[in-house]
Design a protein around this ligand. Structure first.
Ligand SMILES: Nc1nc2c(ncn2[C@@H]2O[C@H](COP(=O)(O)OP(=O)(O)O)[C@@H](O)[C@H]2O)c(=O)[nH]1
Ligand SMILES: [Mg+2]
Length: 308
């Protein structure tokens, strides 16, 4: 034994496959993906519709590479951006080896609200039900919800977890990995996402904006990494544009004397320095771009397609 990690070249027994995580907004999909990967790859917030595009998180369980697809939540879309998000979520089912239907068990209407997903997964063979947020719900409630959903829809198995507390997540990962097909790993063993760093950096700033802004405003915002410069001493200079849709929104994002955007920049910088292990100079600019939600280029930058 050399102690080297196992790769497909020296071991024919490796497994690898895609697991799509579907659920209503705020079910905890991104929290679960981060818990399984063991590192933050997808941003999380208490607000709905935080995740906008398909994000891959790569987890390893022994000889298996489990490629998790975090998706935007399923809801009834009305705006153009919302339609693109929901389309991206449903399309992740195609090509997935396993589909996880993640349910917020703490949601009082979980039983009825999840019909839209349960029905659509009826013919998907490899779908499993995962009830999340067990830390918030009593055992009898959990069992009743599990019974109700299993009676109405068809799942291969049911798991109960708390993604936030990483409770039950190891068992879930094990179950997923034993169900994935034998085959070579698709990603490097130390890779945790396929997201380019420029996009990851934009997502981190967007998360801090979600943290600090109230109500509807976060949904009007789009962040783009405009410049990324690496220096010899390892430090990085990053310029980002924060697009809003109206002048009045620009004022809110800036805050009094620029105080809010400054706080957002500080929080994002600290997290980026942690990830990159180097000093980061982060500059944020706020710009009005009235119709960014109708503009094909914004969608490409987000990894989405402008709905027809
Ligand atoms: N109490 C509790 N909260 C959770 C759990 N998992 C996620 N959350 C919270 O639910 C909210 C939505 O989580 P997020 O991962 O962004 O949900 P998503 O929209 O499905 O991706 C956040 O405030 C999370 O901290 C859990 O197991 N227990
Ligand atoms: Mg999410």
């Amino acid at each position: 034994m050399t102690g080297e990690p196992i790769t497909s070249e020296d071991d024919p027994e490796t497994r690898c496959g895609f697991v799509s995580i579907l659920g209503l907004t705020n079910a905890g999909k991104s929290t679960l993906v981060n818990a399984l990967v063991g590192s933050k790859v997808s941003i999380v917030s208490r607000k709905v519709q935080t995740t906008r595009s398909r994000i891959l998180g790569i987890a390893i369980d022994d000889k298996t590479q489990v490629v998790l697809i975090d998706t935007p939540g399923i809801f009834d879309p009305s705006k153009t951006l919302e339609k693109a998000m929901v389309t991206a979520a449903w399309s992740s089912v195609e090509g997935a080896d396993i589909v996880v239907h993640l349910v917020d068990a703490g949601n009082k209407n979980a039983a009825s609200d999840n019909d839209i997903i349960g029905e659509r997964l009826h013919d998907v063979k490899n779908s499993i039900l995962v009830l999340n947020k067990t830390d918030k719900v009593s055992k009898p409630q959990l069992l009743a919800l599990s019974q109700h959903l299993n009676d109405r829809f068809s799942y291969q198995s049911t798991f109960m977890i708390s993604a936030l507390k990483a409770d039950g997540t190891d068992d879930l990962l094990k179950a997923l990995s034993t169900d994935l097909p034998v085959g070579p790993w698709l990603f490097d063993e130390d890779q945790i996402t396929d997201m380019p760093m420029r996009l990851m950096a934009a997502e981190i700033t967007r998360e801090k904006l979600f943290d600090q802004l109230h109500q509807e405003l976060p949904y009007s915002i789009f962040v783009e990494t405009e410049n990324w410069e690496n220096f010899d001493d390892g430090s990085v200079k990053i310029d980002q544009l924060i697009y809003v849709q109206k002048d009045s929104q620009k004022g809110i994002v800036l805050g009094k004397g620029g105080s809010r955007v400054k706080r957002v920049g500080q929080d994002a910088r600290v997290e980026l320095e942690d990830i990159l292990g180097h000093r980061v100079h982060l500059k944020l600019f706020v710009k009005v771009k009235e119709n960014w939600t109708e503009n094909a280029e914004s969608y490409t930058l987000m990894g989405l397609e402008l709905p027809k």
